[in-house]
Design a protein around this ligand. Structure first.
Ligand code: AMP
Ligand code: GLY
Length: 429
């Protein structure tokens, strides 16, 4: 691989996470050119949006060669799980280009919950007890449910767009859902295997790790708010807001996360002979005073990225260059001690059906917040809504309340038809 210095980067994805990545890269003197595929109205102000679907590897290749790209940062999980990194390594024209994100085998940590559970058990990483079932073992699955306590946690093994986890109180209903997942392919291919898991009761947090497969850096911890309704009620969404740091992570708890979870994860990948260059997002739950892994993701989280990256003082591009070259060890990670929060403005009706194309006004009145675009696009010089999650309002403050009140002041300055947001981000802390 060629040595990097000043780089031309392609970011794949179109959400608030990708806008935040671009915003952070843009601060680096090492950035030479920034292309985003497909991007949104926010990324358009930082680089060149290209109307290429990240799932179309042939089109990505064409773009990479046309734009003379040196490094590709993969935002969402799908291209990774589908092997975009392997695609680059297997193609003589693309072999010299660095891909930030794991190869297909390591991406199974997110792409297969069964694989992830086996990995954790093999490396003694604390997680909920589980058993996995297929159509051939449905009856064993039902019998297993009878031995478990309510609530029952049923997870489709594969990617199911964040909808593949069911938490069910009634035993009979749990058995029926298990049948529906295995016999009726409730989640399609994703539920060919179902993981049945012990329910863990506690408070969740997100831990992002940057690794070159040898060394690692733990990025600032964050907590996201997934439910649509205030007080964490109602349907699950892609994320309605996030905060960082997480006040209940003290030094002792952080040390447990490092020694019981992060180190064994990196060591485990090494022992299994699975190279990994990229981000690992570990979804954690604090049960009493101990951390357990709920899930692995092989990318950054959204909207956590919108609070994590603004708290990183170090040059992200420099970190990624060192990561790509296998030299992460020589880098240090400097962070801002202050609080960051982000509040997501969403379309009316989301996470159910919603309309797109609503003009967004008031963005010129923003003061002291950063607006990361998610579902937006430019139509005839006007910024309009283009998704369920529309924009994340990020602010920094000495305390959490200061950060939150800046975000809420700015949310009040922006309008679009049907705009909705949670007024209680951070309510539980
Ligand atoms: P996942 O897609 O694995 O992140 O699961 C979605 C959500 O389900 C998590 O964020 C948790 O809130 C919840 N969840 C998953 N597994 C468990 C578990 N074993 N115990 C309690 N809650 C869980
Ligand atoms: N915020 C959760 C996720 O990105 O999956």
């Amino acid at each position: 691989m060629p040595k990097l210095r000043f780089v031309k980067i392609l970011v794949l994805g179109s959400g608030g996470r990708e806008h935040a990545i671009c915003w952070k890269l843009k601060q680096s003197p090492l950035l030479q050119r920034l292309v985003i595929a497909p991007g949104n109205a926010g990324t358009a102000s930082l680089g060149k949006n290209s109307d290429v679907n990240p799932g179309d590897f042939g089109a990505v290749k064409k773009l990479v060669l046309e734009e003379n790209i040196d490094m590709v940062i993969v935002g969402p999980e799908d291209p990774l799980v589908n092997g975009i990194h392997d695609f680059f390594l297997d193609d003589p024209d693309l072999q010299g280009i660095h891909v930030i994100g794991p190869k297909k085998e390591a991406a199974r940590l997110e792409g297969s919950k069964d694989f992830a559970k086996d990995f954790m058990n093999r490396h003694h990483i604390p997680t909920a007890a589980h058993s996995s079932f297929t159509i051939n073992t449905l009856e064993e699955g039902k019998a297993y449910l009878e031995t478990q306590k309510s609530p029952y946690v049923l997870k489709a093994d594969g990617l199911a767009a964040g909808k593949g986890v069911l938490i069910i109180h009634d035993l009979q209903e749990a058995k029926e859902e298990l049948s529906a997942m295995l016999l009726d392919a409730k989640f399609g291919q994703a539920s060919t295997t179902v993981v049945v898991e012990e329910f863990l009761s506690g408070i969740e947090l997100s831990c992002f790790v940057l690794t070159d497969g040898d060394d690692y850096k733990i990025l600032p911890f964050a907590k996201d708010y997934k439910r649509i309704g205030e007080g964490d009620t109602g349907l699950n969404t892609g994320g309605m807001g996030a905060i960082s740091p997480v006040p209940f992570v003290d030094e002792a708890f952080e040390e447990k996360i490092r020694t019981r979870i992060v180190q064994p994860t990196i060591e485990g990948l090494k022992k299994d002979g699975i190279p990994y260059k990229g981000f690992i997002f570990i979804g954690l739950i604090k049960v009493d005073s101990d951390p357990y892994v709920i899930e692995y993701n092989v990318r950054l989280g959204d909207p956590e990225t919108e609070v994590v990256l603004p708290r990183i003082k170090s040059d992200l591009l420099q970190l990624l260059q060192s990561l790509a070259e296998g030299n992460l060890e020589k880098e240090s990670l400097e962070t801002d001690d202050r609080f960051a929060c982000t509040v997501m403005a969403v379309s009316g009706g989301y996470p159910g059906s919603y309309e797109k194309g609503k003009p967004i006004s008031g963005l010129d009145k923003i003061e002291d917040s950063i607006v990361f675009h998610a579902g937006t696009r430019i139509v005839e010089d006007e910024i309009v809504t283009n998704g369920g999650r529309v924009m994340a309002f990020t602010s920094i403050g000495v305390g959490l309340n200061e950060a939150l009140s800046t975000s809420y002041d700015n949310l009040a300055r922006v309008q679009f038809d049907g705009m909705n947001y949670r007024k209680d981000i951070g309510f539980d802390l």
